[in-house]
Design a binder for this molecule. Structure first.
Ligand code: SF4
Length: 430
């Protein structure tokens, strides 16, 4: 039997694409290989959001070259965001790669699989225009959380971001396909549905809004929890906040990337809101959903970021009382507007700011988590954790470690929080 191995870098969108690729491979008679050495086809699903992510994918791919010596018929493919804009560079740097496939072509992978041959010239499958993914035989992880893509691409052109160039403009999946995919989930495993997209709030279908879609998913039999990500603050409407507040299956975790605390930098980033707007939005969320977990993304060292702008980002974390923030130093993405901006910040300054901001994020998260100690909350059990414990997530996506038996995995159980650190809570079954 022929075997496959997939290595995934990047976001949940890529994780879901890899699940689809695995499903198509299995539908074509392939079985999973535990290690790349045992595979007949290896796919590397790449991310180009930051230079580091790209570098890691290239390093992994270079390592694979030696496998061709022991298995000359091995097919090595690179897919995801990197091929979309790095076509020539891939051939130059990795001439041994057989397949280069952009994210738009996942739908055609079953046909591509029939065409691809090892040890020929590199074969390219790249499409510029995005299209809504069809329904495929997806090979999902045995996780209680199931990712369902509802849209692809992005129209926002934030000045630092490569996504609109590699994933194309927004295309929305029809609600019929979304609901069909949710219907097919094995509900004894998948208790939570996570609706995915670069900007889920902008999903629409005729008169139907994202809130209408949330209401439709809420009616799906067997679905117990519903989450979504990522939201753009400019598209987070009162109606969405009300819907989350009202519908019992909707989780109270809202990921709302702010990217900077400074109005000047938000403008340079082309985020289309200012500090005042964002803070008012946060206030509204906490008012309607008092138990909300609010997380965010912040970039430090964006071109032109002064010490004062950076301090605005630090105070934003405290004022918004974020539960967690994914922080990153600005990374030049060739082809974006910010790459050509004046006032690029030195690496040493970016590193120093990153250290400082991570400390503030940690302190705020610690303070916020202390308020959960003594409370009892529902926990969706995910799997084994360190030191023989189990791990699960609350409805606010907080990780909780506790003692329990493995048959609790994929169950929702009440949990008393006994202690809290910045990133992990400890709990006891009640
Ligand atoms: S909203 Fe901005 S940061 Fe997010 S994917 Fe679109 S362009 Fe990139």
């Amino acid at each position: 039997m022929r075997r496959y191995f997939i290595k995934t870098f990047g976001c949940q969108m890529n994780v879901n694409d890899s699940e689809i690729l695995a499903g198509i491979l299995e539908d074509n008679g392939y079985a999973l290989a535990e290690v790349p050495q045992k595979a007949d086809i290896i796919l590397v699903n790449t991310c180009s959001i930051r230079q580091k992510a790209e570098d890691r994918a290239y390093t992994f791919l270079r390592e694979l070259k030696k496998l061709k010596k022991t298995n000359p018929d091995l097919i090595i493919g690179i897919c995801g965001c990197v091929p979309q804009r790095e076509k020539e560079n891939i051939v130059k740097q990795l001439p041994f790669v057989d397949l280069v496939m952009g994210p738009q072509c996942v739908d055609d992978f079953s046909n591509i699989l029939q065409e691809i041959e090892p040890n020929k010239e590199t074969q390219f499958y790249i499409e510029e225009k995005g299209r809504p993914r069809k329904i495929h035989p997806t090979k999902r992880a045995k996780s209680p959380r199931a990712y369902i893509n509802i849209m692809y691409g992005c129209n926002n052109y934030c000045s630092y971001c490569i996504v609109p160039y590699v994933r194309g403009r927004e295309v929305f999946r029809p609600s019929k396909d979304i609901m069909e995919e949710i219907k097919k989930l094995d509900k004894s495993i998948h208790k939570e549905v996570i609706l995915l997209g670069q900007n889920v709030n902008s999903w629409s279908e005729g008169d139907k809004t994202f809130s209408d879609l949330l209401r439709e998913v809420h009616k799906a039999p067997g679905v117990e929890w519903i989450s979504f990500m990522t939201s753009h603050p400019k598209d987070m409407t009162d109606e969405i906040i009300e819907t989350v507040a009202k519908l019992p299956k909707l989780n109270n975790h809202i990921h709302l990337p702010v990217q900077s605390g400074s109005t000047k930098i938000m403008k340079a980033m082309n985020r289309k809101y200012d500090r005042d707007y964002y803070l008012k939005l946060i206030e509204k969320i906490y008012k309607k959903i008092p138990e909300a977990t609010v997380t965010s993304d912040i970039i430090v060292g964006f071109p032109g970021e002064t010490g004062k702008d950076f301090k605005d980002s630090l105070s934003m974390i405290r004022q918004a009382n974020f539960d967690s923030v994914i922080t990153a130093a600005y990374s030049i993405r060739p082809g974006t507007k910010a790459a050509a901006m004046k006032g690029q910040i030195e690496t040493s300054v970016k590193k120093e700011r990153l250290q400082k901001i991570m400390q503030v994020v940690q302190d705020v998260a610690y303070q916020k988590n202390q308020k959960l100690v003594g409370k009892t909350m529902d926990l969706l059990v995910e799997g084994p954790a360190q030191k023989g414990k189990l791990s699960g997530r609350t409805r606010g996506s907080k990780i909780v470690y506790f003692d329990g038996s493995k048959n609790l995995i994929c169950q929702i159980i009440p949990m008393k929080i006994t202690s809290a650190k910045s990133w992990v809570l400890e709990g006891q079954r009640t």
